[in-house]
Write a protein of this length. Structure first.
Length: 298
C-alpha cells in the first residue's frame, strides 16, 4: 500500500471514530433527557395521586355513611403512591400503566364523590331536621312539664280544698261533763262521788250546729276506765279513726240535722262494785276521740 493509500484509510478511520463519538454523545444526551422527562412525569403522577388522596380525606370528613368505602379507595391510592416511590427505574411502559390507573381512579373518585356529596347534603338536611325536632321536643317537654306542674298544683289545691271541706264538715262538740249518781229503787238519781254508792255514770255534751255537715245518725262511743285501766262493762269493740280496735262501755246514735243537739249518755253499773280512785271517761264522736274526762271517786 502506498503512503497515499495509508493516509486515506487513516483519514476515513478518523472520520468514523469522530462520527461514532458524536453519535454516542448525542445518544447519551437523548437518554439523559428521556430519563429526566420520565422522572418529572413520575413525580407529576405522584402529585396527582396525592391530590386524589386529599379529595378522599375531605370526603371522609364530611360523610360517615360511606366512610368505609372511601377509606378503602384511599388505601388503594396510597399503595400506588408507595409503589411509584419505590421504583428505581422508570420507562414509558411503567408511566403508561400509571397514567391509565390515574384515569380509572379519577373516574371512580368522581363517581364516589358525587354519591358522597349527595349523601352529605342529605345528612346535613337530616341534621337540620333533627335539630328542629329537638327544639320541638324541648318545647313539648317544657309544655308537658308546665302542664304537669299545673295539674300537680291543681291536685294539691283540690286535696287542700277537700281537707278544708272535710275539716269544715266535721261534727264538733263542747260542754263536756261527767256526773256520778246513786240511782234509787224509786228511779230517782242522787248525785254522789262516794265509790260504794255510785252505780250510774252520766256523760253530757253538746253537738254544735254545722250547716256543712252531713245529716245522719252520728255514732257516739263512751269508754269508762277503772283506776286499774279496765273498761267497765265492755259491750264490744269498734275501730276508731286511727284504725285501732277500741273497747267501749256504751254506744248511742245521735240523730243530727245540722242543728245543735244536747246529748246525754247514761250508763248503769248496778252489778259492779266500784272502787275508790281516778276514773277516765273517753268520748268518741264519729270514731274520733274528742275528750277524756277524769272523775274522782272517794
Amino acid at each position: 500500500m502506498t503512503d497515499k493509500s495509508k493516509k486515506t484509510v487513516i483519514g476515513v478511520l478518523i472520520l468514523l471514530l469522530a462520527a461514532i463519538g458524536i453519535y454516542s454523545f448525542l445518544d447519551h444526551k437523548k437518554q439523559a433527557n428521556t430519563i429526566n422527562d420520565l422522572t418529572v412525569e413520575k413525580q407529576e403522577i405522584i402529585t396527582e395521586l396525592n391530590q386524589l388522596k386529599t379529595q378522599y380525606d375531605e370526603a371522609i370528613a364530611e360523610n360517615t355513611t360511606m366512610a368505609t368505602e372511601l377509606e378503602n379507595e384511599k388505601k388503594q391510592i396510597e399503595k400506588y403512591i408507595d409503589s411509584l416511590k419505590k421504583l428505581k427505574s422508570t420507562n414509558n411502559k411503567t408511566i403508561l400503566f400509571y397514567r391509565n390507573k390515574i384515569k380509572e381512579l379519577t373516574k371512580k373518585t368522581q363517581r364516589l364523590l358525587v354519591v358522597n356529596d349527595s349523601l352529605a347534603k342529605k345528612n346535613r338536611l337530616l341534621t337540620l331536621e333533627n335539630k328542629d325536632l329537638e327544639v320541638q321536643k324541648d318545647s313539648l317537654s317544657q309544655n308537658l312539664q308546665a302542664n304537669k306542674l299545673a295539674n300537680d298544683t291543681l291536685k294539691e289545691n283540690n286535696k287542700t280544698l277537700k281537707e278544708i271541706v272535710k275539716i269544715g264538715a266535721e261534727i264538733r262538740a263542747n260542754g263536756y261533763a261527767v256526773s256520778t249518781f246513786d240511782k234509787r229503787k224509786s228511779g230517782k238519781f242522787k248525785p254522789t262521788d262516794r265509790a260504794r254508792r255510785v252505780n250510774t255514770f252520766k256523760v253530757s255534751f253538746n253537738i254544735n250546729e254545722n250547716p256543712l255537715a252531713k245529716e245522719r245518725d252520728v255514732p257516739v262511743y263512751v269508754a269508762v276506765k277503772s283506776p286499774s285501766g279496765d273498761v267497765l262493762s265492755s259491750k264490744g269493740f269498734f275501730t276508731d279513726a286511727n284504725g285501732e280496735r277500741v273497747a267501749f262501755t256504751d254506744k248511742t246514735d245521735v240523730p243530727y240535722h245540722n242543728n245543735a243537739v244536747v246529748t246525754d249518755v247514761i250508763m248503769d253499773f248496778d252489778n259492779i262494785k266500784l272502787e275508790k280512785g281516778s276514773y277516765l271517761v273517753d268520748i268518741y264522736i264519729d270514731g274520733k276521740k274528742v275528750k277524756t274526762i277524769k272523775k274522782e271517786l272517794r
